[in-house]
Write a protein that binds this ligand. Structure first.
Ligand code: HEC
Ligand code: HEC
Length: 172
């Protein structure tokens, strides 16, 4: 009955992982979730709404404090209210690129630098600042009054900005 005991072991292991998964569900901003592991049957897809809800709970009362006082590893968005940083993450970054938080983060390990896309986002932001504060300002006769680009201008819901328009029906 070797197979049966193996199956029992598997079930036990699955249960243990499930329990660990539930434990890591609290509104912490420090710990990586085990629920991303594709080898367990309990693996849940990343839930962005829940992640944001947990983060909002974790920073409750501190929304208007500068991000660097509330979060652990703020290099770029210093001075931005913590509550606004979460909106930038949700709308400015994720939605603009057509991705969820895990494109740049390991869920619940938000302060870490595990994924190169996180640092790319900082450098994209620096590029955007040069375009907006320097290069666009030098172009004369723009209609303005506020000629700027943001992440959406280029990305439009895609990680790789398009170089061509999609094929369209020929004009009549
Ligand atoms: C395109 C990449 C990108 C995406 C997508 C993204 N983030 Fe971020 N996130 C960053 C960068 C870059 C920083 C660091 C900002 C800085 O240095 O000031 C950051 C920082 C954070 C922090 C602060 C962590 C700490 O303690 O220092 C939190 C919390 C966070 N992100 C949550 C989220 C959530 C939630 C989502 C999804 C709704 C998300 N992020 C989507 C790039 C991203
Ligand atoms: C002027 C146009 C432009 C703007 C503005 C812009 N990007 Fe990009 N972004 C690009 C290009 C071009 C690439 C390279 C795509 C490739 O070849 O992989 C890129 C790539 C990226 C990548 C890597 C994507 C991946 O999955 O490998 C991230 C992350 C990113 N941009 C985030 C941002 C964020 C966040 C902003 C706003 C702060 C932003 N970008 C603004 C043009 C832009």
């Amino acid at each position: 009955m070797k197979t049966t005991s193996r199956i029992n072991l598997f079930i036990l292991a699955t249960l243990a992982v499930a329990l660990l998964g539930i434990k890591s569900f609290g509104p912490t901003i420090g710990r990586a979730q085990t629920s991303q592991d594709p080898t367990t049957q309990t693996a849940k897809p990343f839930d962005q709404a829940l992640a944001l809800e947990n983060l909002r709970k974790a920073i409750a009362g501190n929304e208007n404090k500068p991000a660097e006082e509330v979060f652990k590893n703020i290099q770029m968005l210093k001075g931005m209210p913590a509550g606004r940083l979460l909106r930038v993450m949700e709308l400015g970054f994720s939605r603009s690129l057509g991705v969820n938080c895990t494109h740049c983060h390991v869920a619940d390990a938000w302060e870490k630098e595990d994924k190169p896309t996180k640092q790319i986002a900082r450098e994209m932001n620096a590029m955007m600042t040069v375009i907006n504060n320097d290069q666009l300002k030098k172009i004369k006769n723009l209609k303005g009054p506020n000629s700027i680009v943001n992440c959406t201008t280029c990305h439009r819901g895609q990680t790789k900005p398009a170089l061509n328009l999609p094929e369209s029906a020929p004009k009549q």
